[in-house]
Design a protein around this ligand. Structure first.
Ligand SMILES: [Zn+2]
Length: 305
């Protein structure tokens, strides 16, 4: 089963998926999808959000524990986010990883379609590189389980073999560095969680969905159980003006933008729509050629198209 970890979160989103008169914006975004596609879109969006939040949690750990970072911090915390999702060896976490790899591919495709300049000077690796770096760790841990993700990215066999050692090195380095900061006893860090009301009407339902899905609460619970952070760190969900997430060391505050949930949801919903259109007048083969990664990830939903 792919859906276990996020089942509570899914239950939070699904009530918004009913279609009737007076539909709200999130409903409108999903209204023409099948229930299976809605489930897959929801799972995809929440999985990607989890990756982003754990990326920001990585920045939080670096600044709160004053950890050394050898190399680019953005790459390092992508690695940590991936390792944290890999560590429990739970199906739903693994699915969140696979979905996040596809999320970077979607993001790269959107940038390419908009003919945006590739920011080679940027703090982050390029989206497609972020996908490859994640998949390297994933196949480094379990080449069989994540084979399809590596196949979809056409990662060479020789690179997959190198990834075994890279995964082990990354795991030992990060978890070794964090070991002195592990939570002990029954103490749990107290976070200040705040889901702020957005001003934009089109984000209102997404804000409700994020709160019902307990996006911030899930990250708080994970971090509180694992690491001896000082109380009072703020986890805030808000309207930001862009699909993103941030960590502010100065304010001890992680911010999750509702636009991120909206972006992933709309992007995948549009992908499904394109697939439907394409299958109407073109051979099914063309659809699967065009989006090999998602054919695998979304399984039965795309197979129907
Ligand atoms: Zn970052």
């Amino acid at each position: 089963m792919r859906r276990t970890l996020l089942s509570i979160a899914l239950a939070g989103l699904l009530p918004f998926c009913a279609t009737d008169a007076g539909a709200t914006t999130l409903e409108q975004d999903l209204h023409d999808l099948t229930s299976q596609q809605v489930d897959d879109t929801t799972e995809f969006s929440l999985g990607n959000s989890m990756f982003f939040l754990l990326h920001e949690a990585g920045h939080m750990l670096v600044s709160e524990f004053d950890l050394p970072v050898l190399g680019r911090e953005e790459d390092a915390v992508d690695t940590l986010s991936t390792l944290l999702l890999l560590a429990p060896n739970k199906d739903a976490f693994n699915t969140a990883l696979i979905d996040s790899v596809d999320g970077w591919t979607f993001s790269a495709e959107a940038s390419e379609e908009a003919e945006e300049e590739q920011e080679l000077w940027g703090a982050h690796a390029l989206d497609r590189q972020r996908a490859f770096n994640m998949v390297c760790l994933m196949v480094g841990k379990d080449a069989g389980k994540f084979k399809e993700s590596a196949d979809d990215l056409e990662m060479p066999k020789s690179r997959r073999e190198e990834c075994v050692g890279e995964y082990q090195k990354a795991r030992d380095s990060w978890f070794g560095l964090l070991k002195p900061h592990m939570q002990s006893g029954d103490k749990k860090t107290k976070f200040v969680i705040d889901y702020r009301s957005p001003k934009s009407r089109d984000l209102k339902d997404y804000a409700d969905a994020a709160r019902k899905a307990k996006l911030l609460d899930n990250v708080a619970t994970l971090m509180a159980n694992l690491y001896a952070l000082k109380d009072g760190i703020k986890l805030t969900a808000a309207e930001c003006g862009e699909p993103n997430a941030y960590w502010s060391a100065e304010n001890r505050e992680m911010t999750y933008c509702y636009e991120l949930l909206q972006w992933h949801t709309q992007t995948v919903a549009n992908y499904f729509r394109k697939g439907e259109e394409s299958s109407d007048d073109e051979a099914e083969e063309k659809t699967s050629e065009a989006k090999p990664a998602l054919t695998k990830v979304f399984g039965t939903a795309t197979a129907r198209q």
